[in-house]
Design a protein around this ligand. Structure first.
Ligand code: FRU
Length: 487
């Protein structure tokens, strides 16, 4: 049996052993074992395809395979057989992250082959870029002349080891690959290559190099081109915290600027966090047939307590809700994809409430959306508490004086604790929140997606209540809540 069939068979035999307690209902996870980064995100022949970094045999990171799921609407996903398994000389220790493109009706995957060069030392590794092709979007064949970019094609002043996560895109008749890297001082950077046939690749330039604050290595580069601005996304390892920002071990950030494709240079004006919560990494975008830009990220973080693994639940890792990326004026917004509203059930609604103190809602749940708008009058602080139980609560609050929105998971259950804060301005005196709750995740879209905060939490099964609260007078213009039901 080859390694893909072996892995598929293992999943089939074992998936009933997954403990469902913290499984999400409307977010993509692996069927069994571990997942991390989204890969190869593309709409192809009528379906959205989302691949993912996957170790199917255990709920920890291991030799990477590519898992594969498809969806018509980005909410309801169906599993396909795994797409890639590590079994060639050039990828034997892992098929690492990468991306997809369609050419003449075929689906092409670009990924990094990871190889340990000495038996014992995890530090001695080499990474090369490979291609795999499919005519039906289900079965993939690795290109017989892989690697398509070998270590010899890494320029001077770039790490000979960290060379991964190829992001393919096309401008005119030319294909480009962005690859994550770091320089001789351990500063994250992105390399750019070009090709006219997807096979022969030529180094163009170091597209962008960070500084001592922006991480020691950049992973998973991605680019979005708007009319007058471009944004470059990178996942920056060990980025330094700055005030309330970049507090996670690793940060996914975007640079706003301009891509000069001929020179292979990205000039930026500024950079920002993509998500201000706890668990968001390695985002990848795609442009669908309607021109919509959709982004998905891994909804977890390296080097954190893996609760579902620790508990022996036989799975770990989930994807965020897909988000639409929109540029409005000079700002970039991240909005929940519109298809999610199809799955709303059991509407609960409040109108025009004067709030002062805490009110428990006459509804509860663990899998729902809340949409609410607040107008703090003389309130000092107000917000929403979800997963509220006797001893637990997850608190989403806004402090009017400091203009800080906080996601606090100190009392959220048995997972990692802490809080994250981000500066938010009221919008004509109001704050709108769309909160997506799904068993062990909370995603908060603030003011139409100006800011987003995402976190995983592991509450007790009794912690199902919801409340709204205010310290001082606050008007709740409306609050709606729907269960999200994808069955
Ligand atoms: C990012 C990352 C990538 C790599 C993959 C390995 O989370 O470290 O750089 O390709 O995960 O699973």
């Amino acid at each position: 049996m080859n390694k893909i069939d072996e892995a598929n068979e293992f999943i089939k035999q074992n998936k009933a052993k997954v403990n469902p307690k913290y499984r999400l209902k409307y977010h993509l996870m692996g069927e069994y074992g571990w997942i991390n980064d989204p890969n190869g995100f593309i709409q192809y022949k009528g379906n959205y395809h989302l691949f993912y970094q996957h170790y199917p045999y255990d709920a920890v990171w291991g030799p990477m395979h590519w898992g594969h799921a498809i969806s018509k609407d980005l909410v309801k996903w169906f599993y396909l057989p795994l797409a890639l398994a590590p079994e060639e000389d050039y990828d034997r220790d892992g098929c690492f992250s990468g991306s997809a493109i369609e050419k003449n009706g075929k689906l092409y995957l670009f990924y990094t082959g990871h190889i340990y060069t000495k038996k014992e030392k995890n530090d001695d590794y080499k990474q090369v870029q490979n291609m795999a092709i499919s005519a039906d979007g289900i079965a993939f064949e690795k290109y017989e002349k892989n690697p398509i970019i070998d270590v010899a094609q890494i320029p001077d002043k770039a790490s000979k080891k960290d060379f991964r996560d190829p992001r393919i895109f096309k401008i005119g008749d030319t294909y480009y690959l962005l690859i994550g890297s770091n320089d001789e001082h351990g500063i994250g950077q992105v390399l750019m290559y070009k090709s006219i046939d997807l096979i022969k690749w030529e180094f163009v330039n170091i597209l962008l190099k960070g500084n001592e604050n922006t991480g020691i290595n950049w992973e998973c580069p991605d680019i979005i081109r708007f009319e007058e601005k471009d944004i470059l996304l990178v996942s920056a390892q060990y980025m330094k915290a700055k005030g309330d920002d970049f507090k996670n071990t690793h940060s996914s950030i975007y640079f706003v600027g301009r891509l000069d494709i001929d020179k292979g240079k990205f000039e930026y004006e500024n950079y920002y966090s993509i998500d201000y919560g706890f668990d968001f990494y390695a985002p990848q975008t795609t442009i669908d047939k309607n021109g919509r830009i959709v982004m998905v990220a891994w909804m977890d973080m390296w080097e954190t307590d893996l609760v579902t693994n620790r508990l022996g639940h036989n799975w770990a890792g989930a994807m965020t809700l897909p988000r639409e990326v929109i540029k409005i004026g000079e700002e970039i917004y991240f909005k929940p994809i519109s298809e999610i509203v199809k799955y709303r059930k059991n509407e609960y609604s409040l109108q025009d409430i004067e709030l002062n103190g805490e009110v428990k809602l006459e509804t509860n749940g663990i899998c729902y959306e809340i949409d609410a708008e607040f107008e703090p009058q003389d309130a000092y602080e107000f917000g929403v508490k979800v997963f509220k139980g006797k001893y637990e609560e997850t608190v989403l609050s806004y402090n009017c004086r400091d203009r800080l929105f906080t996601f606090n998971r100190d009392r959220s259950g048995i997972g990692p604790k802490g809080e994250r804060k981000t500066l938010v301005n009221l919008n004509e005196g109001r704050l709108r929140l769309r909160v997506f709750v799904d068993v062990s995740s909370v995603e908060v879209f603030i003011n139409e997606g100006e800011e987003v905060m995402t976190g995983r939490i592991y509450p007790d099964s009794e912690s199902i209540n919801i409340s709204i609260f205010s310290v001082g007078e606050c008007r709740v213009l409306y609050l709606k809540k729907w269960d999200i039901d994808v069955d």
